[in-house]
Design a protein around this ligand. Structure first.
Ligand code: DQA
Length: 145
């Protein structure tokens, strides 16, 4: 069985570390990817990390995961609240996935309270900062074991 997780970070998450640090913290995207990889390695899992600001590129990466990944961790950024296409891509590949948000979206503006993806997710982690990615890997490792 494939021992690889696709890590997907959506729009604006390339700006992590400088973008609204009071909300998203000081860690960079490279820090997030390193933490995810290091945690996964503890469970004998590999990570393929993808970040894009483009919906279609995210959908292509999700489709490709069907070939060689066992699960997906996705922070869809603002596409969480807008994208039926991303939801359909995740439904289409039928891989177990975790939805992760750095901030607690439920404590923020009303438009962030709805997620098109969450009903299909194995679980959602919101508001745990970068540690949310680590927790997601741990839970996925359990689900895959
Ligand atoms: C986010 C929350 C979203 O509402 C927002 O659009 C983001 C980041 C988070 O990680 O907290 O870009 O997904």
């Amino acid at each position: 069985m494939t021992r690889r997780i696709l890590l997907v970070n959506g729009p604006n998450l390339n700006l992590l570390g400088t973008r609204e640090p009071e909300i998203y913290g000081a860690d960079t995207l490279a820090d997030v990817e390193r933490l995810t990889e290091q945690t996964a390695a503890q469970f004998g899992l590999e990570v393929r990390a993808v970040q894009s600001n483009h919906e279609g590129a995210l959908i292509d990466a999700i489709h490709a995961a069907r070939e060689d990944c066992a699960a997906i961790i996705i922070n869809p950024g603002a596409f969480t609240h807008t994208s039926v296409a991303l939801r359909d891509a995740l439904a289409g590949v039928a891989l177990p996935f975790a939805e992760v948000h750095l901030s607690n979206v439920h404590a923020r503006e009303e438009f962030r309270h709805h997620s098109y993806l969450a009903p299909l997710a194995e679980f959602v982690i919101s508001g745990a900062g970068v540690q949310g990615y680590e927790l997601a890997v741990r839970r996925i490792a359990t689900l895959l074991s």
